[in-house]
Design a binder for this molecule. Structure first.
Ligand SMILES: NC(=O)c1ccc[n+]([C@@H]2O[C@H](COP(=O)([O-])OP(=O)(O)OC[C@H]3O[C@@H](n4cnc5c(N)ncnc54)[C@H](OP(=O)(O)O)[C@@H]3O)[C@@H](O)[C@H]2O)c1
Length: 293
């Protein structure tokens, strides 16, 4: 297995990737944002020269979807310029770049699962910045793997599920949309699949998510039930939500390329949810008022 460098390693996915690689004896080094800013060319070049990785996995990103609407320059600085800079520095050293992207590059108009070769049409600044990052990575070198995933959650967040659990534990009123469908994906399942792609010497674009589909409403209700909290959730429509960014209605990615490569589908979103809540419980990270539930 090649030597890995993981950027954004203090994030949800970066953290689980580093732990998974380390647990498997795969040589990997992780850099948090503070340790390596991917928009700083000198710092990136130094990290690559000092660590000498065979592959870089870029988990660093601006992920605040609503915040990107009013901070487009900052979202593009990380999601486009940072991605391009990493791609250029990797290409100069013949290092594979695995770059993470999102279902939000699509408009989600069709209820059918979205294959890798579907035409992107982002609805938000975040989606546009991630699409621009993908295009830059493709333009720099063929020695890349772009992985689009959806509804990521893991570790200590920030993520939708933890927000729901914390708000319910505080007794807050919950309103969640029923008309946005996705395949929420646990970083604990995605991380090993990313390592498998590297082990397979895969290149190109892959969709990788937990299996099945659910609305954010159903996901919230299932999460509360699994965590042992009977909290009422009011179902609402997207139009009733004061969010800044538009989100795709049907954001279910077809994992065709992965399945075509003979790899097994990732577990269903409900299995992933059980596994994540179990992990939170083991680590004592369930919101306080849920612990005895
Ligand atoms: N979260 C989702 O629902 C979701 C869904 C689909 C795809 N994705 C994609 O999956 C990947 C991983 O997402 P995630 O949920 O693990 O994100 P995350 O938890 O928000 O982690 C992103 C990390 O990137 C760091 N970062 C931000 N700017 C940086 C910079 N200039 N240089 C270096 N590091 C920087 C952040 O550090 P600070 O917090 O200190 O700034 C944070 O630790 C991203 O590419 C994201 O776009 C996420």
């Amino acid at each position: 297995m090649p030597r890995l460098l993981i950027s954004g390693a203090a994030g949800q996915l970066g953290g689980d990737l580093l732990d998974t690689a380390t647990a498997r004896g795969i040589p990997a080094v992780g850099f948090s944002h503070a340790a390596l800013d991917i928009t700083d060319r000198t710092a990136v070049a130094r990290a690559l020269d000092e660590q000498g990785p065979d592959a870089v996995i870029n988990c660093a990103a601006w992920t605040n979807v609503d915040g990107a609407e009013s901070h487009a320059d900052r979202a593009f600085a990380v999601n486009l310029k940072g991605a391009r800079l990493l791609a250029e520095e990797c290409a100069q050293r013949d290092v594979l770049l695995m770059h993470l992207s999102t279902d939000y590059v699509f408009d989600g108009e069709s209820p059918r699962p979205i294959p890798e070769n579907a035409a992107p049409a982002p609805l938000s600044i975040y989606g546009a910045s991630k699409l621009a990052g993908e295009e830059a990575v493709r333009a720099v070198s063929d020695n890349h793997v772009i992985v689009r995933t959806s509804g990521l959650y893991g570790r200590d967040g920030p993520n939708f599920l933890l927000k729901v659990l914390h708000r319910a534990a505080r007794g807050e009123q919950l309103r969640v949309v029923t008309d946005q469908v996705t395949a929420p994906t646990w970083t604990g399942h995605l991380a090993p699949a990313l390592l498998r792609l590297i082990e397979m010497h895969a290149t190109g674009t892959f969709h990788l998510t937990n299996s099945g589909r659910t609305s954010w409403y159903e996901f919230a209700v299932s999460g509360l039930r699994t965590a042992g909290l009977a909290s009422a959730v009011q179902p609402i429509l997207s139009a009733e939500l004061p969010a800044s960014a538009r989100r795709p209605q049907h954001a279910v990615l077809d994992n065709c390329a992965w399945l075509h490569a003979g790899e097994p589908a990732l577990p269903t979103w409900s299995v992933a949810l059980d596994d994540y809540i179990g992990e939170l419980r083991r680590r004592g990270r369930l919101p306080a008022s849920l612990v005895t539930a």
